[in-house]
Design a protein around this ligand. Sequence first.
Ligand code: XMP
Length: 561
Amino acid sequence: MAKGKSNQSINNSHRVTTSGDIEVSTYLEIAKEIAGVQPTPSKEAIPEAKRESIVVIDFGSQYSMLIARRVREFQVYCELVPHDTPWEKIAPLNPKGFILSGGPGSVYEPDAPLAPAYIYESHLPILGICYGMQVLTKQLGGRVALGAKHEYGHAILHLGEADSPLLADLPPSTPVWMSHGDKIEEMPPGFTTLAYTENSPTAIMGNDRGIFGLQFHPEVAHTPEGKTILKNFVYRICGCQGNWTIGNFIDESISRIREQVGKGKVISALSGGVDSSVVSTLIHRAIDDQLTCIFVNHGLLRREEAERTLNVFRLNLGMNIIYADASERFLNRLKGITDPEMKRKIIGGEFIAVFEEEANRIGKIDFLAQGTLYPDVIESAASGSKASVKIKTHHNVGGLPAKMTLQLLEPLRYLFKDEVRQVGLALGLLEEMVWRQPFPGPGLAIRIIGEVTQEKIEILRGADWIVMNEIKKAKLYRQLWQSFAVLTDVKSVGVMGDFRTYGYLVAIRAVTSEDAMTADWARLPYDLLARISNRIVNEVPGVNRVVYDITSKPPSTIEWE
Ligand code: XMP
């Protein structure tokens, strides 16, 4: 929410992730909790000043991040910053224009968040969206009032008489997505109406100094021509060239990493997940053997996972990898443990212990590489005052083992997930690796209900292998956020041939999701479910019943523990 946001700087944030693909770094957070230390803030440079950018001033709309995503789709670098970010943080980005996001507030409330003065003093183009338009109106001398009715959902936008480069290539009428209660009662001096809807006489306003307001949301898919409007703003109004490409990003990152690291030594925790794989490959490309990856196998990985990861990174990419097979050690520590949070704590603590032991053998190390992504950075900048109830301990990442006074190296901290995937592909990683579904740090331990034993791990691996293969064969793997098997602690009676069986109940979980905060159960075809079920009861000893989980999140969570 815009109001009450922390003043924490955008470059000095601690990572709080909203996505599921958290992997290894989860454990580092647990270390932070245990030690009560803060990590050394990342010295990762903000993108070079010569790069053009668009800066989105965030007033707390749920769509703010989407605006930044859209702008980057036009190959223009874009950052989202809290509305109270000082100019010193913005200047190095070399902004070519500002976008003021929507937000839940109302500009006539006493503490309404407004745009900082530099937005106007810079004389750069400005695009206000919804609440952002109302902010512009208020600050530039117009009047905003409560609308007669709240306008939510589809509306038809009609272009007015006046022409503007912002409207280039738009049809005379087009659907737009509205979500507002307030309306522009009087435009600021110098502005004219460029388009209207039935309920909003001023749905687009603009002046001849490159300042525009939109009453609707151009960034959402429900506004089909929204991309055209944003693109017009970015190219025709702000004059951007479009030089933000993955190739440029990789080249710049490599020189930045070299500059930052010098002759220093870097370690990374490699898990085989997308983020840790891409971050390690990128750093390896920059500094070669100055990077050592530590791959801790906690014995709770999927079938063939450890071997595959080692093959790719050690044999194919020739990276320096320390492989620590600590499976037995983890299993011993998990003996008799049934509580999910306890499992997480034990696995997290043990992971740190193994990681540190291995790192100590290397000698002096200067940097710890982390796969922090931009949504985590944004979220942490905005989360200062958010009070939330802890459902599971996994949503925080980014601490450092207490005794390691390492600097963080986070070359992906300005990228969205799909950009990370593109970087991975451009670096030559296999599609299979780059498109891997998220896998939780504690691995199969939180998909085995109750105590974790070697026997149960094997059963679950067998079932999980079948689920993954069948989903891939059905070409559904990429469409699903996650798909996996869960081994419950329920046993039930069955019949096989002429014999009674008493075996485990396996549940299949498959969900679609944007960010793991919410998820919907996937409507998998019955035939596919039948194949999975048949194969599991026939091929995995000890299982005689399979069920499909048809709950969404909320009220459930994606993982069962
Ligand atoms: P839930 O179960 O909370 O999961 O809906 C949301 C996403 O987070 C992943 N997850 C974890 N990731 N450590 C992780 O690194 C964990 O302890 C953990 N628990 C859940 C989960 O797979 C899903 O993508």
